[in-house]
Ligand binder design. Structure first.
Ligand code: PBG
Length: 331
């Protein structure tokens, strides 16, 4: 029998035992790399989200309690999303600028109770508008760009002054990062981080989130295709990211997550900035449904999915599973 009957190179050698697998492992996952999205609500808006089993809309005292637990688990940051009563939503989303509004009060309460926990807030109008769009609409229903920027800059300034560590424009208006950076600098909010939703796609995977904040019914049969990106495009994502970095973003985000890992990889390969990925509500709902049916092993499937974000190039992952994942990682 000739020597060539034996494989000279056996990749399986490095997979034989856990000690060697962990020595050669290329990617790691830590609680500190996860951001926990939280829905803040009051009164009748509180409670479960039917399309996201396990996700709860909490009032401010409950949010504070949850944040204390997250800190204890090593989670470094939360992302706040307000759920407004329908009667508070208006055509121009004026509650977004209420100096005593739900988000402002929540930022203050969380920072007072957990000063070392990072607080990130969305900059966009969709939780506040009666039509469910992220910006102001004109008579034809088109979301106007530059008029919306006027509101977004005020919203970002309000939240930064209230103590938000990270402002996150999720609206996809052109030029918003530059405008927000400008207004923050002028107000001496030099250390407010801008994490922009740079490559945000017009995705069907946001459905459960829109249920959670009550914008789905308002949006009706409308969509966000005139401002969010076409899922068919990838070069355009690089262009969006380049613009946001040039305008002053510190961290750029790709959204949704798992079906868009190729975008994360291209962004990470091209730019030397931290990249975030959002495992969005529809991804949560899909995994959760399969888990609840007993078709997937929850812990294994989730930790794998989160690790895959890191492998694809994401430094940071927003996931509704952050708390649970932190518990598993601590075991
Ligand atoms: C609002 C916003 C959305 C999400 C985060 N910020 C919804 C949207 O753009 O319609 C989606 C998050 C998720 O689906 O988990 N601009």
């Amino acid at each position: 029998m000739s020597q060539s009957a034996f494989p000279r190179i056996r990749p399986r050698r490095l997979r034989r035992a856990e000690f060697i697998r962990s020595m050669v492992r290329e990617t790691s996952l830590h609680a500190s790399q996860l951001i926990q999205p939280l829905f803040v609500a009051e009164g009748a808006q509180k409670g479960a989200v039917s399309s996201m089993p396990g996700v709860v809309r909490r009032d401010i005292p409950e949010i504070v309690e949850e944040c204390k637990q997250l800190v204890a688990l090593g989670i470094g940051c939360v992302a706040l999303f307000p759920v407004l009563a329908p009667e508070l939503k208006t055509e121009d989303g004026e509650q977004a600028l209420n100096p005593d509004g739900l988000v402002v009060r929540t930022i203050k309460a969380v920072k007072a109770a957990c000063p070392d926990l990072g607080v990130m807030v969305d900059i966009a109008l969709d939780p506040y508008t009666s039509h469910g769009h992220d910006g102001l609409i004109d008579a034809s229903g088109y979301v106007t760009n530059d008029l919306t920027l006027e509101v977004l800059r005020k919203q970002a300034l309000l939240y930064a002054r209230a103590g938000a560590d990270i402002v996150s424009p999720s609206d996809m208006m052109d030029g918003r990062v530059g405008q927000i950076r400008e207004v923050l600098e002028r107000d001496s909010q030099h250390n407010t981080v801008i994490l922009s939703y740079a490559a945000k796609y017009a995705s069907s995977f946001y459905g459960p989130f829109r249920d959670a904040v009550g914008s789905a019914a308002n949006l009706g049969r409308g969509d966000k295709k005139t401002y969010q990106m076409d899922p068919a495009n990838t070069d355009e994502a690089l262009r969006e990211v380049e613009l946001d970095i040039g305008e002053g973003a510190d961290i750029v985000m790709v959204k949704p997550g798992l079906p868009y890992l190729d975008i994360i990889r291209r962004v990470k390969d091209r730019f030397e900035v931290p990249v975030a990925a959002y495992q969005v509500s529809g991804e949560y709902a899909m995994l959760r449904a399969a888990i609840d049916k007993g078709w997937l092993d929850e812990k294994k499937a989730l930790l794998e999915a989160l690790l895959c974000f890191r492998r694809a190039g994401a430094d940071i992952v927003l996931t509704y599973y952050a708390k649970q994942a932190a518990q598993w990682l601590a075991e």
